[in-house]
Design a protein. Structure first.
Lengths: 463, 156
């Protein structure tokens, strides 16, 4: 075979449809990052608790004395009861380091840390821009990427989008399988921006946009050597349970619970014989002292693929609220994907629907620019937050194939009598993508379940 | 750019992005992983994109960066040696797909974007942030090493 033949073969090989639901996966991932927890009770309780603590609790008052900017810190940690607890019990370690480059200086004020998570409080001081976009990295002492913590080994979240320069901000780093080390070189990669997001120096330059995503040049790149006081790296509890429970007729076991001072993690595993996969789980923790803890605004809410029997759910930490190690897991709802319901179909000719979630209705089929456009109506429901579609195409685990492809879909708000009652989804299909009158969708979840009474599981983290 | 528009435009660009990642790694699973990450980063940053006409090169640039990141990670666990440009005979011995993977990275990116993702020289240069002349020169060097005769814009 000559090179030209090889090239033609390769092109043919590449024409095969693949990664068909990649865009939707990205949207779901972003949605989950942003999603506020539905049981907001924990958050409200946390915020209220903190306000009370700041005003009436001696240790917090003491922490205020240690950290002059505590008022700013208080605002920054108020979104998290875990951070509030950490501040209350251990305070924040003062760092007090400043570095400057190209008219922007970074002042690292302090940090709060435990075995798995580090939150850094810092400020960008500059008079030449209103905002800054910051990304982070861990370096070794020689300035190379720290082999212990390559980019894929940790995650971070911050509140940068809302913060003007010269105001305190925070960034939280999760160390995944590793523990927080006692010594770190944390790099700040900074791009200065005007209020509307426009970069400071490279207006309307496409390449400047890359800088937002840590791709190109930075206005300032500053590295701080952080030595963490060892006593602040508080160890958590990690305990295996294997405790089974029945949720809506499905058997799941609580495999392991990890409680760190900064967060709690609950590992769930479903039986192979289950007829549905658990997707979202709505729950809170009740502590011995009466504190109720929910999921955190900024945390990932859960991990695990659509068709995986394993799940990891995150929530606020009961670390300082379980003197004898006891907590109650209170489950109040869940969304499911039935294993025999991985797909749903719509007949383009008759509007008949097969297996679509209850809140979906057929609206119409039309032609637009040579495409066949199916319009569905999705009434608001408990399934709203998570998105019903895992993807419109591809194979499900049982090798059932959904409709080959669609060009894209588009959402619009569905208004009735001036009221937002749901969404209109337009799905665009190329005529040659259609095979018969039916189109099929791969589902992410198809029903929501709320128990008559919350399911309460008592867990003891004590040895 | 709003997220909804991003989703529409990204969906149209997706096959080219996937082909780019697949040619970069030769591994469909890795290609999907890298594509997922690039789309996520793109989605997170799309509000900063003010001019839609730059969308394709902007998102491709993000993807290429993800490819770099993944390559760095792979090098630590599973080194794949690039061949130097002088190793003309070695390139000749390899199947085309493997030969492309072993090209020096700056040549590999140009040849993938030009001849597998279907970008013009100008678009390739924009996506890689290099001058157009440099992209053309790398394209010539890569094709010579691969002993592949293709026209200026991908057709004979």
């Amino acid at each position: 075979m000559n090179r030209r033949q090889e090239y033609d073969d390769l092109l043919r090989e590449l024409e095969r449809p693949a990664a068909l639901d990649a865009v939707e996966r990205a949207r779901k991932r972003l949605r989950r990052r942003r999603m506020w927890t539905r049981p907001a009770l924990g958050f409200a309780a946390a915020a209220m608790t903190f306000v009370l603590l700041v005003n009436f609790c001696a240790p917090v008052a003491q922490a205020c004395a240690e950290i002059p900017v505590l008022k700013e810190l208080a605002q920054l940690v108020s979104f998290s009861s875990s951070l509030t607890d950490q501040l209350n019990h251990g305070g924040a370690q003062k760092i007090d380091q400043t570095q400057e480059e190209n008219g922007a200086s970074v002042y690292v004020d302090s940090l709060i840390v435990d075995q798995k998570r580090m939150t850094v409080f810092y400020r960008i001081d500059t008079d030449i821009a209103e905002r800054a976009i910051v990304s982070y990295g861990f370096l070794d002492a020689e300035g190379y990427i720290d082999e212990r913590f390559p980019a894929e080994s940790y995650g971070w979240t911050d509140n940068e989008r809302d913060v003007l320069n010269n105001q305190m901000r925070s960034a939280t780093f999760d160390f995944g399988d590793s523990d927080v080390p006692e010594e770190l070189y944390l790099q700040f990669n900074i791009n200065l921006r005007w209020k509307d997001g426009r970069p400071l120096t490279r207006e309307d330059d496409v390449h400047a946009l890359d800088t937002f995503l840590n791709l190109g040049d930075f206005d300032a790149r500053l590295t701080f050597h952080l030595r963490i006081e060892p006593q602040r790296i508080v160890q958590g509890y990690e305990k295996k349970f294997g405790q089974e429970l029945t949720l809506d007729g499905q058997t799941y076991s609580i495999e392991q619970v990890n409680v760190y001072s900064s967060k709690a993690e609950i590992y769930m595993r479903g039986r192979t014989a289950n007829t549905a996969w658990l997707q979202t789980l709505e729950f809170h923790l009740e502590c011995e002292d009466g504190t109720i803890l929910g999921q955190n605004v900024r945390d990932t809410l859960w991990e695990g693929g659509t068709w995986s029997k394993d799940r990891k759910y995150y929530c606020e930490s009961p670390f300082y609220h379980m003197p004898s190690g006891k907590i109650k897991l209170v489950i109040t709802g869940a969304s499911w994907l039935d294993k025999d319901h991985q797909m749903a179909g719509v007949n383009l000719k008759t509007g008949e629907m097969d297996g679509m979630p209850d809140n979906y209705e057929f609206d119409s089929v039309r032609e637009e620019d040579g495409a066949v456009v199916l319009r569905l109506r999705q009434r608001h429901s408990d399934l709203d937050e998570c998105g019903v579609f895992a993807g419109g195409y591809g194979f499900t685990p049982d090798r059932m194939k959904a409709t080959k492809d669609w060009r894209y879909w588009r959402w619009e708000t569905w208004m009735e009598d001036g009221e937002d009652v749901g969404r209109m989804a337009d799905c665009y299909f190329e005529p040659d993508q259609l095979d018969g009158d039916w189109v099929y969708f791969v589902l992410d979840e198809n029903r929501y379940w709320r128990p008559d009474d919350p399911i309460v599981v008592e867990l003891s983290m004590a040895e | 750019m709003k997220e909804q528009l991003f989703a529409q435009m990204a969906e149209e660009l997706r096959p080219r992005l996937y082909r780019t990642a697949l040619m970069y790694f030769g591994d469909p699973v890795r290609a999907v992983d890298v594509l997922d990450e690039a789309l996520f980063r793109g989605l997170r940053g799309c509000r900063a994109l003010r001019r839609e006409e730059f969308f394709a090169t902007w998102l491709t640039r993000i993807l290429i960066n993800e490819c770099h990141r993944e390559s760095r990670r792979m090098r630590r666990v599973q080194p794949v040696a690039e061949l130097p440009e002088a190793a003309v005979e070695a390139f000749d011995m390899l199947p085309l797909k493997e030969a492309i993977r072993r090209l020096p990275v700056e040549l590999k990116e140009v040849v993938i974007l030009r001849y597998f993702a279907g970008y013009t020289v100008q678009e390739t240069a924009e996506a890689l942030q290099i001058p157009q002349g440099t992209a053309a020169s790398r394209q010539r060097r890569a094709l010579a090493l691969l002993r592949l005769e293709l026209g200026e814009e991908g057709e004979e």
